[in-house]
Design a protein around this ligand. Structure first.
Ligand code: GDP
Ligand code: MG
Length: 296
């Protein structure tokens, strides 16, 4: 009766369960205002979700983001439903004094851990706890081509302690390919010098194979991204892109920018890993901290 059940069978059952109930995945975009965060939210959804709503050349004005705002879409891939939520945040840097500009963001991230914790410690737990925790936080670095600014370092240092941080070079179309590569190198050095551990963190590589895969990703981080929410006609096909005087920059074309790498990392190859690290590392350290507090 209790014979051996192959692991495949168990995995199949898990898959059937997720197919029915679906799962939640939450991303947040953070960075100074004007770096294309709100545009990137649209780019992510438009590159995944149906494009019916947008007409070629149609101008969509993105209003300035003034508060934290979440957009959710249910996406279905290979029969599995994913509830993808992207939280857009107001940019900082508009004030003369940027001191503590990270407070509202950090507060939001912790509030989601707190919500989860409250559900988890209830005696009659829900069968499935709603998950609003931020699984990945995309940090937009301004395309200066120089070094990271003290503000970016400080912000990323604070964020990386509580959430998976995925830095990107914003508006990469304003840099040449050589400038992008050089800037990327400098940012990697900067992060290393300041011991800021961004995703995928070396400490959490599971085995040599995992390490080899993640090393290849770490070489490419921060991704040089371009965002767009308009479509253009290129060789008879409609593509998401930005029109410049040199032609159209196709955001989904890997030869034009690294937006496809960002999208694939977040919502394909590393989705489960981002969820696991959020739960096992970031949420766990929040939980331990909170329970220690209340035991004092
Ligand atoms: P946010 O303040 O970070 O949310 O930035 P927005 O998404 O509102 O974009 C600010 C401006 O930058 C808008 O005029 C966008 O069209 C433009 N923009 C957004 N993404 C890019 C990009 O990748 N490259 C360039 N050149 N401009 C961009
Ligand atoms: Mg915005």
């Amino acid at each position: 009766l209790f014979g051996y059940v192959g692991i495949e069978a168990v995995l199949d059952q898990m898959k059937i369960k997720t197919m029915k109930t679906g799962f939640e995945f939450n991303i947040m975009v953070v960075g100074q205002s004007g770096l294309g965060k709100s545009t990137m939210v649209n780019t992510l959804f438009k590159s995944k979700v149906s494009r019916k709503s947008s007409q070629p050349g149609q101008e969509e004005r993105i209003p300035k983001t003034v508060q934290l705002q979440s957009i959710t879409h249910v996406i279905e891939e290979k029969g599995v439903k994913m509830k993808l939520t992207v939280t857009d945040t107001p940019g900082f840097g508009d004030q003369i004094n940027n001191e503590n500009c990270w407070d509202p963001i950090i507060k939001y991230i912790n509030e989601q851990y707190e919500r989860y914790l409250r559900e988890e410690i209830l005696i009659t737990r829900k069968r499935k706890i709603p998950d609003t925790r931020v699984h990945g936080c995309v940090y937009f670095v301004p395309p200066t081509g120089h070094w990271l600014r003290p503000l970016d370092l400080e912000f990323m240092r604070r964020l990386s302690r509580i959430v998976n941080v995925v830095p990107v070079i914003a508006k990469a179309d304003t840099l040449t390919l050589e400038e992008r590569a050089e800037f990327k190198q400098r940012i990697q050095e900067d992060l290393k010098t300041h011991t800021i551990s961004v995703y995928p963190q070396e400490d959490f590589d599971q085995d040599p194979e995992d390490r080899a895969l993640n090393d290849r990703i770490r070489e490419k981080i921060p991704f040089a991204v371009v965002g767009a929410d308009q479509e253009h006609q290129v060789n008879g096909k409609r593509v998401l892109g930005r029109k410049t005087k040199w032609g159209i920059i196709e955001v989904e074309n890997p030869a034009h920018c690294e937006f496809p790498l960002l999208r694939d990392l977040l919502i394909r190859s590393h989705l489960q890993d981002l969820k696991d690290i959020t739960h096992n590392v970031h949420y766990e350290s929040y939980r331990v901290r909170r329970l220690n507090e209340s035991n004092r």
